[in-house]
Ligand binder design. Structure first.
Ligand code: ADP
Length: 485
């Protein structure tokens, strides 16, 4: 159950500085995936509330756009402090609604706060240009301006930090926002309204709506006052939003699905590769868009690596996120575990050999055993589909060029990883992989300082890094003539 003493529990929506219920009074239930129990209810809002939220954001933008970069940096720094001062309460909320181990939830709050600090710093570096003019009596100035109202739609797997990556640059740039968190994890999203308020963000500058995804999404995309859609979620929904946003030609940033390959070459340091593999695969129970989906291991070390991975996977402690020592929590819901089960059954039918796990966990509910499948083949479904669960298919390869080709044989291009100690090979493989994020001898690489974004159907635009704020800025060219020079 949610603790009533946790002051970040909010069961209302935020519109124009007011915490409100849905017009209809309707609510929806939120479950704890570890127990299946209902932890509370939040408003089920729709089009009309969304429109009011956009109007509030639009009204707030008129003054927020005139704040100084220092003022906005100050708000972001205070938001960072509020998060870190309340890291335990926010992490508890996150684990209760999402299921991840408490230590990972604390880590998520911490990294979200780091994104805020990064963008607090970047707010003060939104430079324009004075361009050498081809005319004697005119001058060319280029300035950056906030795009206006932005809409952020986020998933359940990182319900807090995915918003940090959008709210941070939005506030830094001077934009106001309407946020729609995922239906499975609305509490961590609603908590952002309290964090922002404590830090002194003006009323209306952040609005948060929970409820019917497609109705809310349609209004956010159709409303001409929204100038940018930033989305993290499935490629399928991303495509819908891009199509819908086309009618009003909005800017879009899309962080979509992945099918991350993890290549291990004969020269790799096996200890490090196994350690990286566990982190890149089983973190968040395999439910991240950068989690390894396919392992490709060179023939000489294939058995050794697979055996070691299986042993390490079997040693992971599965349990409720709130229990001390838990390394892998439950999956988010029944649909998620059904899909994982189907993919494992498909692999077994097509000749896959289960060398670790392979079935639902004895804890019941949506707990699944950390699983490793040997003799993975291209015809198995997980070669093309995102698993989003704790299953490692291990494929064998002989030649480097084949491994690169197979790794690239997907519509996705988000994260990839490889392990080698051969420097020439490291460069050849890095240059050959068509992915937006590459971990060389590293399994976890996300950090606010670096740009995060996918190629191909994994997305458009980047979050974080020095380019992250550009997505929230328009470029204005000003030609100043008649200077009589
Ligand atoms: P996942 O498969 O990880 O749940 P989704 O892409 O379905 O990913 O969901 C990510 C976010 O997109 C959630 O906030 C969800 O409510 C929202 N969403 C789902 N369908 C739509 C839609 N048609 N329009 C707008 N948002 C949507």
């Amino acid at each position: 159950m949610l603790s009533k003493s946790n002051r970040y529990v909010k069961e209302a929506n935020l519109i124009g500085g007011q915490w409100v219920a849905a017009d209809s009074g309707q609510t929806f239930e939120v479950n704890n995936p570890a127990s299946g129990q209902i932890i509370g209810t939040v408003p089920f809002c729709s089009k009309a509330e969304t429109r009011r939220a956009i109007e509030a954001a639009s009204a707030a933008f008129e003054s927020f756009k005139n704040t100084t970069a220092n003022e906005r940096a100050g708000i972001l720094r205070r938001m960072h402090d509020v998060m870190m001062d309340n890291q335990d309460a926010l992490a508890e909320l996150l684990t209760l609604e999402m299921g991840k181990p408490l230590a990972e939830a604390k880590g998520e709050i911490g990294i979200g706060a780091q994104y805020l600090l990064w963008f607090a710093e970047e707010a003060r570096r939104v430079y324009g240009d004075l361009v050498p003019s081809p005319w004697g009596d005119r001058r060319i100035m280029v300035r950056k301006e906030p795009v206006g109202v932005i809409a952020a739609i986020t998933p359940w797997n990182f319900p807090s930090s995915m918003l940090a990556r959008k709210i941070g640059p939005a506030i830094a740039a001077g934009c106001t926002s309407v946020i729609k968190p995922a239906e499975q994890t609305p509490y961590s999203g609603l908590a952002w309204g309290l964090i922002a308020d404590e830090a002194g963000l003006p009323e209306g500058a952040m609005n948060i709506i929970t409820g019917g995804a497609s109705e809310i999404g349609k209004e956010l995309c159709a409303n001409p006052q929204v100038r940018k859609i930033t989305f993290t979620g499935s490629t399928e929904v991303g495509k819908i939003l891009m199509k819908q946003a086309a009618n009003t030609v909005k800017k879009v940033s899309m962080e979509l699905g992945g099918n991350a390959p993890f290549l291990v070459f004969n020269s790799a340091d096996i200890d490090k590769a196994v350690e990286g593999a566990i982190a890149a695969k089983y973190r968040n129970s395999g439910q991240t868009c950068v989690c390894t989906n396919r392992f490709y291991v060179q023939s000489k070390i294939y058995n050794q690596f697979t055996d070691r991975l299986a042993e390490a996977a079997e040693n992971l402690k599965v349990g409720p996120g709130m229990e001390t020592g838990t390394q892998q929590g439950p999956l988010i819901d029944d649909a998620a575990i059904d899909k994982v089960e189907e993919l494992v059954a498909d692999a077994i039918k097509k000749g896959g050999e289960v060398v670790a796990g392979g079935a639902r966990h004895s804890l019941g509910g949506t707990f699944f055993q950390p699983t490793v499948i040997k003799n993975a083949k291209p015809k198995m479904r997980f070669s093309k589909e995102e698993i989003f669960g704790p299953v490692s298919p291990v494929y064998k390869f002989t030649k480097e060029e084949d491994a690169i080709a197979r790794a690239n044989d997907t519509i996705y291009g988000l994260a990839c990883y490889f392990y080698t100690q051969d420097l020439g090979q490291a460069f050849r493989v890095m240059e050959g992989l068509k992915y937006g994020l590459v971990g060389v001898n590293e399994g976890v690489i996300t950090t606010p300082e670096a740009p995060f974004g996918g190629m191909k159907e994994s997305g458009v635009g980047t979050e974080g890094g020095r380019h992250g704020i550009d997505e929230y800025l328009d470029t204005k060219y000003v030609c100043i003539g008649g200077l009589g020079l």
